[in-house]
Design a protein around this ligand. Structure first.
Ligand code: URP
Ligand code: ZN
Ligand code: ZN
Length: 470
């Protein structure tokens, strides 16, 4: 009998803290040894010239989420997790949406029905509360947190999903009581509605008006309000998909007051702008997401936030709709006005190469910060650490072998999601994941799927272990 099932040999191991040459021995899906010249395994993987990174964790993805009448998301759990695995991820945290009138527990049961047995990566669910009834807040939420659903998102915008400030306070209070981490989508919905009405008065219906009717002050104001509401309850808060310097300023100000405010940004705020929506015809719909991509100053502010540690996590906000599809971006109502174009863009397969190439490759962040932003901090934030998010003896052997020199041009044709386009078409990146290993099992290698669906499992989570010095 050999001491290990698998040895990964000759690579450069990178964690959030260190970079070193070592072999990794894997037994029963876990890292059993990290050392020099390990021997004795049924399978030896040569990682010479490659980086050996903890598998990517994307803590902000939407999969098969109900999105309104006649609208269907482009990915189910099979295609989303397959795409994620090709992009170097081993764990995803999608959102489980409570519909109005639905119990939180029923929403979770329904979502498990979609996910269980269909995944290529491990998954764990955040909750979304849209109907904060006493039953949801005082009975279901505490019970679900005990069961390992330890984070909950609320929306300040979107008809049918947004909560009032009072409802947000009630939800934050309930989250504090049971130890769930609240996540907030911060945009001022009344301001957006006002601007949309004015746009409609002027006959402005093209996709580019999605960006101009969701301006930076609407995000800045809501970010300030969300942080203030969290201060009233005295609960930590995560501001998701931050798009610009003004919102970053609010996060810094909240922290300076002593609040525990976590923050996330996404690739669309680093490499896209509102100009991408401002094209002839309907193509701008390919970039309709909220908050919208901004301008080059906002991109620079988000990069500075990544460099300086403002952002704790980097996620894709993968929320895919097909473009050329009446159940997607070209929904009959969406063709009439931007306000009915489904919000969201695909990105789970391209997020890591974009951050690596534009961030590490261009000297903006180092390798260890890349690992922190794309794996370790997600695991700590959402209660999966140290089982996930690092390379350490005893941790799950979730590993991606990364070729830092491989040049790829992002094209729809090379991707594996269910969408029929990528908003990142034509972007050249240097650095690409070439092998993704989930609990010791290779799921993707050399551009090919090497596992059956169902290899990915549902993982319960502990409460967030993350703290942030004020
Ligand atoms: O446009 C986006 N981001 N759609 C996904 C839903 C959300 O707000 O996160
Ligand atoms: Zn959101
Ligand atoms: Zn989202």
């Amino acid at each position: 009998m050999t001491p290990f099932d698998t040895i990964i040999t000759g690579g450069t191991v990178v964690t959030a803290a260190d970079t070193f040459q070592a072999d990794i021995g894997i037994t029963d899906g876990r890292i059993a040894a990290i050392g020099q010249a390990l021997t004795g395994a049924a399978e030896v993987i040569d990682a010479s010239g490659l980086l050996v990174l903890p598998g990517g964790i994307d803590s902000h993805v939407h999969i098969a989420q109900p999105s309104g009448d006649g609208v269907t998301m482009a990915d189910d759990f099979e295609s989303a997790t397959r795409s994620a695995a090709f992009g170097g991820h081993t764990t995803l945290l999608p959102f489980c949406l409570q519909a109005k009138g639905q119990s939180l527990r029923d929403a979770v049961t329904w979502y498990h029905g979609l996910a269980d047995g269909n995944c290529y990566t491990d998954v764990s669910f955040h909750l979304i509360i849209t109907d904060p009834t006493p039953q949801a807040l005082n009975q279901d939420l505490p019970a679900l947190v005990e069961d390992g659903y330890t984070s909950v998102k609320v929306f300040m915008t979107y008809e049918g999903m947004k909560l009032t400030d009072k409802e947000i306070l009630q939800t934050l209070e309930a989250a504090k009581t049971c130890g769930a981490l609240p996540m907030v989508h911060a945009e001022n919905d009344d301001a957006i509605e006002f601007l949309r009405d004015r746009a409609a008065d002027r006959g402005e219906v093209a996709p580019k008006y999605h960006a101009s009717t969701r301006p930076i002050p609407a995000e800045r104001e809501a970010t300030h309000r969300a942080i203030s509401l969290a201060e009233i309850i005295d609960v930590p808060i995560m501001i998701v998909h931050v798009s610009n310097g003004d919102a970053i300023g609010e996060i810094k100000a909240g922290r300076a007051r002593g609040s525990t405010v976590f923050a996330e940004t996404c690739p669309q705020y680093l490499v896209l702008t509102a100009d991408d929506l401002d094209v002839t015809g309907f193509d701008g719909a390919k970039y309709v997401c909220s908050p919208p991509p901004r301008d080059t100053d906002s991109q620079a502010a988000c990069w500075a936030g990544l460099e300086q540690g403002v952002f704790d996590v980097f996620s894709s906000d993968h929320c895919p709709f097909r473009y050329d599809d009446s159940e997607g971006k070209k929904h009959p109502e969406g063709l009439k006005s931007f306000r009915w174009v489904p919000n969201g863009i695909p990105g789970v397969e391209t997020s890591l190469p974009i951050l690596f190439s534009e961030g590490v490759g261009k000297g903006r962040i180092d390798l260890n910060r890349f690992v922190a932003l794309t794996s370790t901090n997600h695991a700590k934030m959402y209660g999966l650490y140290p089982q996930k998010g690092t390379i350490a003896v005893g941790s799950d052997a979730d590993i991606v072998l990364w070729d830092p020199t491989r040049v790829e041009v992002i094209r729809q044709g090379i991707l594996h999601h269910g969408a029929d386009y990528t908003p990142y078409e034509g972007i050249e990146v240097t650095g690409w994941p070439i092998r993704t290993i989930l609990r010791g099992q290779t799921i993707v290698a050399d551009g090919e799927l090497r596992a059956e669906k169902g290899v990915g499992a549902y993982r319960t989570r502990a409460r967030s272990g993350q703290t942030r010095a004020a």
